[in-house]
Write a protein that binds this ligand. Structure first.
Ligand SMILES: Nc1ncnc2c1ncn2[C@@H]1O[C@H](COP(=O)(O)OP(=O)(O)OP(=O)(O)O)[C@@H](O)[C@H]1O
Ligand SMILES: [Mg+2]
Length: 227
């Protein structure tokens, strides 16, 4: 049975898919079998068949597991650009957390590492009353937080870390992601503060336009696989 982690973020658009693709590719190059999952994707464009096309799931699949059918990566593709629970409600879709939990467990049985990408941040609800934090607790997923390097991230990260710890969840790592390259005084100073907030869970910084993940982040992930 492999390991599974939840990739969440300080906010939507912070870089979960970008970092997950690089992480999955790197683990694959190291000889691990990796399965991506984006269990619920909202805000999907309309695909050629007229159905919502899950772009994140497609990027994850293409980067990490090109042979997987998209339906094995994304269980619920929703069109509305809303939180999953609201998009599902708007489209008359009933999201079943049990189906998502089974998919994670099945993928973990079939691989060394499952990367589960959330939607938005950790408190986002998959269905009303059931958040990604609840999913992480139920399936015992250690949580990797992608923190976008911008003004405001220190507050978002402190809240996320506090929320995880107070809910008894396992904070596996924090990466600081330079999603943009715009210079700003905050971006220059954030890394030291992120280290202070995340402590020994800080794994490293992903440069803008990175094609591979820094070694420090990868060695942190190898910590999931004791020799
Ligand atoms: N380090 C980076 N360098 C260059 N571009 C980046 C970087 N990180 C993220 N991006 C780009 O920023 C955009 C948002 O990133 P991404 O889609 O990974 O965010 P997300 O957290 O997965 O968003 P969502 O909440 O919608 O799933 C994408 O176009 C992505 O390619
Ligand atoms: Mg994404």
């Amino acid at each position: 049975m492999g390991r599974a982690i939840l990739v969440t973020a300080t906010d939507t658009g912070a870089g979960k898919t970008f970092v997950s693709c690089l992480l999955g590719e790197a683990m694959r190059r190291k000889g691990f079998s990796v399965r991506p999952l984006k269990p619920v994707e909202s805000g999907c464009e309309t695909g050629a068949d007229g159905a919502p096309f899950p772009g994140d799931a497609s990027s994850l699949r293409d980067a990490i597991a090109p042979d997987l059918p998209l339906s094995a990566v994304c269980l619920y593709s929703l069109a509305a650009p809303l939180s999953p629970h609201l998009a599902a409600r708007a489209e008359g879709v009933t999201i079943e957390p049990g189906r998502i939990r089974s998919a994670i467990e099945g993928a973990a049985e079939a691989s060394d590492l499952v990367l589960v990408e959330g939607a938005g941040g950790i408190a986002v609800e998959i269905r009303e009353g059931y958040s990604f934090a609840d999913l992480a607790r139920d399936v015992r997923l250690p949580v990797l937080v992608v923190a976008e390097n911008r003004l405001g991230v220190l507050n978002h990260l402190a809240l996320t870390v506090h929320f995880l710890r107070s809910g008894g969840l396992s904070l596996f790592g924090v990466v600081l992601n330079d999603r943009t390259r715009d210079p700003s005084p905050a971006r220059e100073r954030n890394e030291a503060e992120v280290r202070r907030i995340a402590g020994d869970r800080y794994l490293g910084r992903v440069p803008h336009g990175a094609r591979v993940l820094p070694e420090g982040i990868l060695s942190g992930v190898f910590g999931l696989f004791p020799p």
